[in-house]
Write a protein that binds this ligand. Structure first.
Ligand code: PMV
Length: 320
């Protein structure tokens, strides 16, 4: 086996969501998106050429698993850069299953960083984001710490992510784990169906305005506006899922209870807003100074749920 290269990438949560593909092969999105990278959840991935193996191997959380998606991703480098032999990928997700967060963003970002170093590609961060994007769209944003924008672009070259604000503005995210009562639908399939909603074009147009408003709110460290815009954008994304020809819903009763509770907290004067991705779990946006009082209320009202608190986290780290 050759030398190991290890990279660590943190997961990110979109404040302005990616929910639709212009081109599914290249993961070119219908809208630009903006996210915060989280300190608490990350993936650490090592890669090495495996001269004894006949094919790529993936050891995930200490268990050898089907390398299908990783193999497909490595083939992009084989086709576009240079052919190379089997690679052993050893990856650990420090994303507690209890938090119910998807790990594809941190996984493909870490794998991109590790592979670019193993292949001695010397990529610019923007080039790295383009490879990560092809593994999983949201992975493009995990190359950067704090706040990142993935510019939708028009083709492979122009669809890349960049740092928007490399500063911790004191935003907290409380992640509530809601047990998955509903059947899971992949984000790819969910997007495909949502794009058939009669409201889809309206969501796309509104998202462009929300992105501009979000940028302004972040630059002013205006957490109330950040929360209000993120909440609107996310709830409208989920409304698309219910209005497409084959309606579906990621929410469970518990998701809806949490949304109502967070709304009541806001009405009572707290900074409290929700953002929800392709699953029933709820991420609650608040400020660092109100985080502990909001967390105490959540724990009192939902003693059956587990909560994790996350703040802004770092960009990709590659160990030579
Ligand atoms: O990167 P994907 O294909 O797993 O899609 C992510 C989709 C959302 O998490 C719902 C939104 C986003 O922008 O991260």
């Amino acid at each position: 086996m050759s030398e190991h290269i290890t990279a660590t990438a943190h997961t990110n949560i979109a404040l302005i969501k990616y929910w639709g593909k212009e081109n599914a092969d290249l993961n070119l999105p219908t809208t630009s998106s903006l996210s915060m990278t989280l300190d608490k959840f990350y993936t650490r991935t090592s890669v090495a050429f495996d001269h004894q193996a006949f094919e790529d191997r993936l050891i995930l959380n200490e268990v050898e698993v089907d390398p299908g998606r990783v193999h497909k991703f490595l083939n992009i480098f084989r086709t576009e850069i240079a052919d190379f032999g089997p690679v052993r990928v050893t990856s650990t997700n420090y994303v507690p299953t209890a938090a119910g967060l998807a790990s594809s963003a941190s996984s493909f970002a870490a794998l991109t960083g590790a592979m670019s170093s193993l292949l001695k590609l010397d990529l610019l961060p923007s080039q790295m984001t383009r490879y990560a994007r092809r593994g999983s769209g949201s992975a493009s944003r995990s190359i950067f710490g704090n706040f990142a924008i993935w510019n939708k672009g028009e083709d492979d070259e122009t669809s890349y992510a960049e740092s928007f604000l490399n500063e911790d503005i004191g935003l907290s995210m409380i992640v509530a784990e809601v047990s998955a009562e509903s059947k899971k639908m992949s984000s790819t399939k969910g997007m495909q169906l949502a794009q058939l909603s009669p409201d889809y074009a309206g969501w796309v147009a509104h998202s462009a305005q929300q992105l501009e408003d979000m940028k302004g709110a972040l630059l002013r460290s205006d957490i109330e506006q950040v929360g209000l815009i993120a909440q609107d954008n996310s709830l409208a994304m989920h409304a698309l899922n219910r209005t497409c020809p084959e309606p579906f819903d990621y929410f469970t009763d518990k998701t809806r209870e949490l949304i109502a509770f967070v709304e009541d907290c806001y009405k009572a004067g707290l900074l409290a807003f929700v953002t929800i991705d392709a699953g029933p779990n709820v991420k609650i946006i608040t400020s660092r100074s109100q985080e502990s009082s909001l967390l105490a209320r959540l724990k009192d009202n939902f003693p059956e749920l587990q909560f994790d608190v996350a703040h802004a986290g770092p960009g990709i780290q590659i160990e030579a």
